[in-house]
Design a protein around this ligand. Structure first.
Ligand SMILES: O=c1ccn([C@@H]2O[C@H](COP(=O)(O)OP(=O)(O)O[C@H]3O[C@H](CO)[C@@H](O)[C@H](O)[C@H]3O)[C@@H](O)[C@H]2O)c(=O)[nH]1
Ligand SMILES: [Mn+2]
Length: 741
């Protein structure tokens, strides 16, 4: 028999993609041909061609970035069952959950995420769960206190019956008791009892949300009395401590609301993550940390074991973090908002995985603490050096004034494995934990620059991951079946576009900062191809400008009786037409191979066009406002819903509000309608109609892509475009046509 110790913990293989590569090269070749064609006939055509040429050059550049990102798709397979013969003792893991608004992020959602983490298939005495609450909400704290009571039943129940879905709201919504004929009656009874307990928990939380007098602000909740959300002291509460260190008990649960003062910038999620890092540093100081957003429950109970297959062992030493792709629950049919992220993660995510490793995506990620503390691969700070006062003083300058934190950090940096400095009871370190969560704690330290989550972008995850890759670390994509975590995707126009705007802004903030991928390649250890991979996402926002120009071009041509595409009678017409056909077949096939429908493909293409010229364009503007010092960028939180009914068609309908982001889309729709109508009239009144079929088709495609806006012109309530938006757009179209003609 083969020795189980020699079995690898994971296997990796490159996915065959010859056909895709050939198609990508053909598309690239056609794009180049189009550019050459433009150059050859430049003189005759003037401004329109110059504009088209510039836009198409950008699209070609973008295509190079995409090809690079997808070229070597790497797939990892993990074998958790092989861990136990190879690894004597599993390492401890700290679990971080962030929440920031009890209205946009209802506490019951956070509670479900926490419960799913507490019930993971991993020794309970090796796990500790820390919840950061940026809203300092007594309701969130109360919900956790109630949830831990429920967890005492839920965790043993999940383990006893090996329940697959450990977020109760999902478990109880998928299970049908009537249907279970072959299960033991004991299981039936336990299930029903737990369902009952869970509904009680929900009721208590709902009651607390409606009326905060349901808890007594004098006792345990006194810290929350008269609290101001943006101006309050630190609150650290050990909600539950696994005092007897039981491996089959319930893991520690700690509530943290860091100090906030108007004078101090709090750096949004990045700031919260750094506080969690320090608080856990003085309480449990685990060598690994998992971080999830409050809505991302663990969907695969073995996920920590899967991650360990990619982090433990000598062949994984260069792996800084293990990222699980983002998947979503309650997915709407055919992805109407184009934010399921399935295809991009499947192709770009895995492709980048074949270079230096996937980007850090902010949630569903396992980090090594020593990497977060700034170490480079192969480097163990002061190896062989014992703890010394001088060393500690040096570390204090970097990690801040807390000597407990410095001790625990130096232990992490020396890679001592065992927790020498952690108290045996975490409750005894609440005072220290409170100190390291002070808003002044980071002043004159390296937190937010060289240590921890990096500040300066609303996409703190990509920025932080980039810093890690720049030090030469690798990362790995972990894609177990079932998917590791499931979260809540935004729905409706405003929420989707606001999220995309934040991403575009944050990604551009990185591009123009000293931490840009280009600097990291020149000065650091970021590989060139990885740099190109980062550039693909970092330039999302910039794409809005050529794309906006390009969508205006057909309308402009129709209005002025000009053309930007070759005539149907010319041979050159084959260049753009074959480009369009091949490109669309190529993208459709990606959707079909990912198990999605043609409708989903169309919805994604359509939303991509909408997002680019609305949200991403505004992303560029907020960056400009920041660079000009007019206003700073903000992290606007996405609303999370628990109980979407995926069959409810209204949920897939596009909604609007009075945000200026809807103006460009509305303007484009009105512009193209006017252009089509005016040019149709023109055919009869003018002798010569110089715009070709190409322009008419392009104009129709733009209208089709912006169909939600067209419907919005006539819709009611949130399904309709506000009159003020329509008026602004009409004015813009009027001006445009006036200057065109
Ligand atoms: O001041 C803040 C703002 C946000 N958050 C938390 O950050 C997380 C992500 O916020 P969300 O509104 O859900 O943003 P998304 O766009 O859905 O998040 C994606 O993009 C973010 C970067 O823009 C990443 O941080 C996330 O991990 C990633 O899932 C949530 O848990 C929030 O509670 C805080 O803790 N403090
Ligand atoms: Mn989210």
């Amino acid at each position: 028999m083969a020795n189980p110790i020699t079995f690898p913990l994971h296997e990796k293989f490159l996915r065959k993609n010859t056909l895709e590569r050939i198609t990508e090269l053909i598309i690239f070749f056609l794009l180049l041909t189009l550019l050459i064609y433009r150059l050859r006939f430049f003189q005759a055509q003037g401004f329109i061609w110059l504009l088209a040429f510039l836009c198409e050059s950008w699209f070609t550049f973008n295509w190079i970035l995409i090809m690079n990102a997808k070229w070597n798709p790497l797939v990892f397979k993990t074998f958790p069952s092989r861990l136990s013969p190879r690894i004597n003792e599993l390492p401890p893991v700290d679990l971080f959950v962030t929440t920031a608004d009890p209205v946009l992020e209802p506490p019951i959602i956070t509670v479900n995420t926490v419960l799913s983490l507490l019930a993971l298939d991993y020794p309970a005495n090796k796990l500790a769960c820390y919840v950061s609450d940026d809203a300092a909400s007594p309701v969130t704290f109360y919900s956790l206190v109630e949830a831990i009571e429920f967890a005492q039943l839920w965790v043993p129940f999940c383990k006893k019956y090996n329940i697959q879905i450990r977020a109760p709201f999902q478990y109880f919504s998928t299970i049908d008791f009537e249907d279970q004929t072959d299960v033991s009656s004991e299981f039936q009874m336990d299930s029903i009892r737990l369902q009952d307990e869970y509904s009680q928990l929900c009721r208590k939380i709902e009651a607390a949300e409606q009326n905060s007098s349901s808890f007594d602000l004098t006792s345990e909740f006194s810290a929350f009395s008269k609290i101001e959300r943006r101006n309050h002291q630190t609150i650290v509460k050990v909600v539950w401590e696994n005092k007897d260190n039981l491996s089959n008990g319930v893991p520690h649960l700690v509530y943290v609301s860091r100090e906030k003062r108007p004078k101090y910038p709090h750096h949004y999620k990045a700031g919260a993550m750094n506080v969690l890092t320090r608080v856990s540093g003085v309480m449990t100081n685990s060598p690994f940390m998992l971080n999830v957003d409050c809505d991302m429950f663990a969907n695969n109970p073995e996920i920590v074991l899967h991650a360990m297959c990619l982090l433990l062992g000598s062949d994984n030493e260069r792996v800084a973090f293990v990222q699980c792709p983002q998947h979503f629950y309650g997915r709407l049919k055919d992805d109407p908002f184009g934010n399921g992220l399935v295809v991009i993660q499947e192709y770009v995510g895995r492709g980048i995985g074949g270079i230096q490793g996937p980007f850090y995506g902010g949630t569903g990620c396992f980090h090594r603490r020593k990497v977060i503390y700034g170490l480079s691969p192969g480097e163990t700070k002061g190896q062989g050096q014992s703890f010394s006062t001088a060393r500690d003083e040096a570390l204090k300058l970097k990690f801040g004034r807390s000597s407990q934190l410095v001790k625990s950090a130096s232990q992490t940096l020396l890679d001592l494995g065992e927790n020498l400095n952690c108290p045996s009871y975490i409750s005894s370190s609440v005072k220290v934990a409170t100190q390291v969560a002070d808003c002044s704690y980071e002043s004159n330290t390296l937190w937010g620059t060289k240590i921890g989550w990096v500040y300066g972008s609303t996409v703190e995850d990509v920025l932080t991951g980039l810093g890690i890759h720049a030090r030469g670390w690798r990362s790995v994509y972990c894609t177990p079946d079932p998917p590791a975590f499931l979260g809540c995707a935004p729905s409706g126009g405003p929420a989707c576009l606001t999220q995309q705007k934040r991403w575009a802004t944050g990604l551009l903030e990185i591009l123009v900062s000293g931490n840009s991928p280009i600097v990291a390649t020149i000065e650091g250890n970021l590989r060139l191809r990885q740099c190109l991979g980062y550039l693909y996402i970092n330039t999302w926002g910039l794409r809005s400008i050529p794309e906006l120009c390009y969508t205006i071009l057909p309308a402009y041509c129709l209005l002025t009786n000009k053309s930007f595409l070759p005539k149907v009678s010319e041979h050159a017409f084959l260049i753009p037409s074959s480009l369009i056909v091949i490109y669309n077949l190529y993208t459709v096939s990606e959707y079909l191979r990912s198990g999605l429908s043609v409708k989903a493909w169309w919805n994604n293409q359509r939303m991509m066009r909408i997002t680019t010229v609305t949200a991403w364009l505004f992303g560029v503007m907020s960056l400009l406002l920041k660079l000009l010092g007019i206003s700073d960028t903000v992290f606007e939180i996405t609303r999370k819903d628990q109980g979407n009914d995926p069959t409810d068609v209204d949920l897939g309908r596009f909604t609007f509000d009075d945000s200026p982001m809807f103006v460009p889309g509305t303007t484009l729709v009105l512009l193209h309608i006017s252009a089509l109508v005016l040019s149709l009239i023109g055919i009869h009144s003018q002798f010569e109609f110089r715009s070709g079929l190409g322009e008419v088709i392009c104009s129709a495609v733009v209208l089709l892509s912006f169909l939600p806006f067209l419907k919005g012109l006539f819709g009611k309530g949130s399904y309709g475009l506000p009159t003020s938006t329509i008026c602004k757009s009409v004015a813009l179209v009027g001006l445009f046509i006036h200057y065109c003609r």
